[in-house]
Design a protein around this ligand. Structure first.
Ligand SMILES: N[C@@H](CCC(=O)N[C@@H](CS)C(=O)NCC(=O)O)C(=O)O
Length: 249
């Protein structure tokens, strides 16, 4: 399919190459300061979805900047913004933060009242642990079942290593939902964990993964969020960009 590519002008960002930096070491961070979130495809980029949900959960208004990752000039521009050349990347009050976990922790620091991390220290360390598990693990699931929000594949054979990841993820969900009482992983309030696992929910639906009733209900809860509906609607409007991920299974 022919694609319309997004093009962007290169902006000067001089501080992004050395890590999270502030214009002044003593200046307080004002949550009301302008913020920009750099993202890529809403259909394919699972980390973009996580970062976007995190800023929404935190209630931080952001201007979205979409970059086409396979576009050379866009990559050059992204390199100026994010030293990892990866998205998401948040710029807020002159501070540059890249990597999804760092963005989540930053948002928790500036908006603790949003409850991205639970207030109870035991639940909080539990939440950080399962977010870390998602961030650093489940590589078989990620490669075998890539995020593709608009697709629906009715008959999909899950490779055995990916099955192990699915078993572990559903065990995490069942444990959290039983321990904290749902409907979110850490109880009544959405947390960083729900943002981290949201792209897994879309994958389970895309590839029609069979789930027990508890995990299926959690998927419904996540999908019913107005923010998810908004993201999915935008993803469906995107042109097909990655032909390899559009094959018929
Ligand atoms: N560990 C990073 C992973 C970010 C990541 O892999 N982002 C992908 C998009 S889903 C990306 O920017 N890929 C660009 C590329 O591969 O060139 C994070 O947590 O933010």
């Amino acid at each position: 399919m022919t694609k319309a590519k997004t093009t962007h002008s290169v902006e000067a960002h001089t501080q992004a190459t050395t890590g999270c930096t502030t214009p002044s070491a003593t200046a307080p961070v004002t949550p009301a300061a302008p913020a920009m979130l750099t993202l890529s495809s809403k259909n394919y980029s699972s980390w973009s979805l996580r970062g976007w949900l995190l800023v929404r959960f935190a209630g931080l208004p952001v201007t979205e900047k979409l970059v086409a990752i396979d576009d050379a000039s866009a990559r050059a521009e992204l390199l100026l913004l994010s030293p990892s050349v990866l998205v998401p990347r948040l710029e807020h009050a002159g501070i540059s933060v890249w990597d999804t976990l760092a963005i989540g922790e930053y948002l928790h620091e500036i908006r603790p009242e949003a409850g991205l991390l639970p207030s109870d220290p035991i639940a909080r360390s539990h939440c950080r642990s399962i977010c870390g598990e998602m961030h650093s693990g489940f590589s078989a699931l990620r490669s075998a079942l890539p995020m593709n929000v608009s697709a629906k594949i009715k008959k999909f054979t899950v490779w055995s290593r990916a099955k192990g990841d699915i078993e572990r993820i559903t065990e995490i969900w069942r444990d959290c939902l039983a321990r904290y009482g749902g409907p979110w992983l850490f109880g009544k309030q959405r947390s960083m964990a729900d943002a981290m696992y949201a792209p897994v929910v879309t994958r389970f639906l895309t590839y029609n993964v069979a789930l027990d009733p508890v995990c299926a209900a959690y998927c419904e809860t996540v999908m019913a969020m107005p923010e998810m509906q908004e993201w999915i609607a935008a993803a469906k409007l995107e042109p097909i960009d990655i032909e390899e991920l559009e094959v018929e299974f």
